[in-house]
Design a protein. Sequence first.
Length: 319
Amino acid sequence: MTFALSEIISMRGYAIHSGERSEVTVLPSESAGLPSESAGLPSESAGLPSESAGLPSESAGLPSESAGLPSESAGLRWQTDANSRAVLLSRRDYHACVQTSLVSVGRAQVRCPEHLLAALALHDIRSATVRTTNVQELPVFPEAGGSYYDQLVVDNITDTLSGHKPESTGVRPYELMDEHSRYFISPGTAFSCEVQFTAPNGASSSALITQDELTSGRSSAKERISRARTWIRWEDHEEILQRGLCKGLGKTRWCRVLRKEDFDTDDVVTECTEHKLYDLLGDLYLLGYWPPVKIVATNPSHRLNVVILNYLSSFSLTG
C-alpha cells in the first residue's frame, strides 16, 4: 500500500537556527499548477559552514551514476514562491551543513528540510510539491497541530514506483565511521533502519523501523517517532549560540537543552534515539524508494547521513 497527499497543507513555526518565524506549504504535485523543471543549476552550499571536512569524497570508490534509479528520484518538487517553476529535486541538491541539512533549489538554499522529509517518508509519500516563499529555513516543527507527520492528510493510492520492491540493488556490505558515529549497511530482502544511541552518561537505546512499517499506513509508533523533539547538550549550548545557531531556543517547544543528568531518565534517551532515526529517514528521503538493505547507524549525524544517501543512490534497482 502506498499513499499520496490529498490536501494542500500550510504549516507555520519557528526556525530553530535563525529563530525567525517561517511557513511551508505542501501540495499534491498536480496541485502546484506550474510546470516542473529539473534543478539544472549550481547546488553549492556557499555561505554555509561545511561539515564535510576530513570525510572521503561522496563519490569516492562508488559507481559513477545511479543507473537504474527512477529518473524522477523521489518525485519531490520545490517552489521558492507561488510564481516560480517547481524544481524537481535529486540527491545532488541535498547537502549537510552545521547542525542540519539543506536543499539547493536553483540558486536558493533552504535549511532544515529533514523533519518535513521524514514525515513524507513515514507516510511513504513519493510525490509532492513543497512551496517556500522568502524562506531560508523551514520551521523545526509546526507550532500548532502536532508534528509534520500529524498534519499531512493522505489517501491510499496505487503507485508503481513507490510499490516497486527490487530483489537486489548490488549493494555490498559497507562501513562508514568517524570519531563519533558508525554506520554499517548490509544487503537484505527488505529495507530496515536501526539507530543506536549512546547518551553522554553512557545510557544507550535503539530504535528500529522496517519497510513493512513504513508502507502500512498510520501507526502509533510512527506518530511517536515523528513527535520526538530535537535537542542539544547543555555543555554545547553556549558554543552553538556563539556560532549564530539555535536562536530559536525558547521560541519552540520542539527543541530542548539537556543536561547530563537528564539522560538518567529512560524516556529522554528513547526520545533522543527516535529523533535521530527521524532525522536519518528524512536525510534518506531523496533515494526515492526503500532499497533492500539493512542500515545500522550508531550516533548518526547529518553529515554522514548525506554520505549514506549518496552511497545508496549510486546503485541500481536491479543490481
